[in-house]
Design a protein around this ligand. Structure first.
Ligand SMILES: [Zn+2]
Length: 393
């Protein structure tokens, strides 16, 4: 732990050196970045193991990075965030440079806001908060479960969400914890349950993009993690997918309806299929022994349809399917979307859910009360203003 705190101390306290913020430019590869900054390719790319090489492929355009340079503009350190939890740290040593993946030190704050509908939730949330991300998480969570055309001017909307901050700046997508929106004076609630799924006030899961298991009856041999301290390698690693151990040749099925956008070899992934789904979702199936006949780029596939066969091509230690789910290019945990169990909450889970939703309801009520008090106060101030004018006149 101490180690990465020291990095930040170094970053902020050595005022002889300068911190430069920059956004990762669109279309720039990691290799090109090294070249542009005359950083040595050998220790920072060529000598990386295959997992770290996969990490550098995760760098996204537009991400906020930091450089620490000395008086001669020589690079001392680079920080490149990969996801909410892990970042690449490049640092100068006496003789060369070193590469490592380290956790992001972040602070998570719970925030909320209340508004009265003027036109529709998207426009109103954007106007109230200035954030497109909050619009996105609101509409993703409610999905098609709510008829937005039934909204009327003056209906209440409350959102409670979590936002991460890195070095004092908001970063990464916020997470919607709970929301309430009124239509025709009837409140509709949504809550993020402990299982990572959204439920309404009755404990019914809100329909969202649900996937089938890509390999039937297979054991999950490795789960999704954005940061994990590897006990053997003694360093931070990420596993941005789910592994299903299965015998070579076991059929792999499309997890959802979509279009094949890639079916060929790709580096450490081996034989890889990528399927594009609705709402910017994409699934990836790696290490395949072979593709099913007819499965090629442009082919439309149905949920549950066989697309290939389990193998161990690419960088793999044994036959298994490495399965990834991405949204707009970002890896997300498939476990939250793959339907493994029934959607109804059972007695114990239901009790926990009721406790959770009751707590959120209290917060929502508090928000609404504050809004009412604020509107009342404004009305009083306004009437005082007019009264005074009358007296003056
Ligand atoms: Zn894997």
């Amino acid at each position: 732990m101490l180690h990465f705190f020291l990095i930040f101390l170094t970053l902020t306290s050595l005022y002889a050196n300068k911190i430069q913020d920059f956004k990762w430019a669109n279309g720039v590869t990691y290799s090109e970045f090294l070249e542009q900054h005359t950083l040595p390719r050998k220790p920072l790319l060529d000598n990386l193991d295959v997992d770290d090489r996969r990490l550098v492929e995760e760098i996204r355009a537009g991400v906020n990075c930091n450089l620490l340079v000395d008086n001669d503009e020589k690079i001392l350190q680079v920080l490149i965030p990969l996801n909410d939890e892990l970042q690449i740290h490049i640092y100068k040593t006496d003789t060369s440079y070193k590469f490592e993946a380290i956790p992001i030190v972040s602070e998570t704050r719970t925030e909320s806001f209340t508004l009265k509908i003027q036109s529709n939730p998207s426009i109103d949330i954007k106007r109230e908060t200035g954030s497109y991300s909050l619009v996105a998480i609101f509409s993703n969570a409610f999905g098609s479960s709510l008829d937005f055309t039934a909204l009327r001017k003056g209906d209440d909307l409350v959102m409670i969400y979590e936002q991460k901050y890195r070095l004092g700046k908001a970063f990464s997508m916020p997470t919607l914890l709970a929301a309430m929106v009124e239509t025709n004076n009837k409140p509709h609630y949504i809550y993020l349950n402990e299982d990572g799924r959204y439920y309404d006030e009755k404990g019914t899961q809100i329909e969202s993009f649900l996937l089938a298991r890509p390999v039937k009856n297979a054991r999950i041999s490795s789960r999704f993690t954005k940061r994990r301290f590897h006990p053997v390698l003694k360093r931070w690693k990420a596993h941005l997918g789910m592994d299903y151990a299965a015998r070579r040749g076991t059929p792999v099925v499309a997890a959802g309806n979509g279009t094949v956008v890639y079916a060929a070899r790709m580096g450490s992934y081996g034989n890889l299929i990528k399927i594009r789904h609705k709402d910017h979702y994409e699934t990836r199936y790696a290490h395949l022994k072979s593709f099913r006949r007819g499965i090629r780029k442009g082919k439309r596939v149905k949920k549950g349809q066989t697309i290939g066969y389990v193998g161990t091509t690419g960088r793999s230690t044994g036959p298994h399917l490495h399965f990834e789910l991405r949204k707009k290019g970002r890896a997300i945990n498939p476990a939250k979307r793959v339907q493994l169990t029934t959607k109804r909450l059972k007695s114990k889970e239901k009790a926990a859910f009721i406790e959770l939703s009751t707590n959120y309801n209290k917060k929502i009520t508090l928000n609404l009360d504050e809004q009412k008090a604020y509107i009342k106060k404004q009305a009083i101030e306004k009437s005082c203003y007019f009264n005074n004018r009358e007296l003056d006149g």
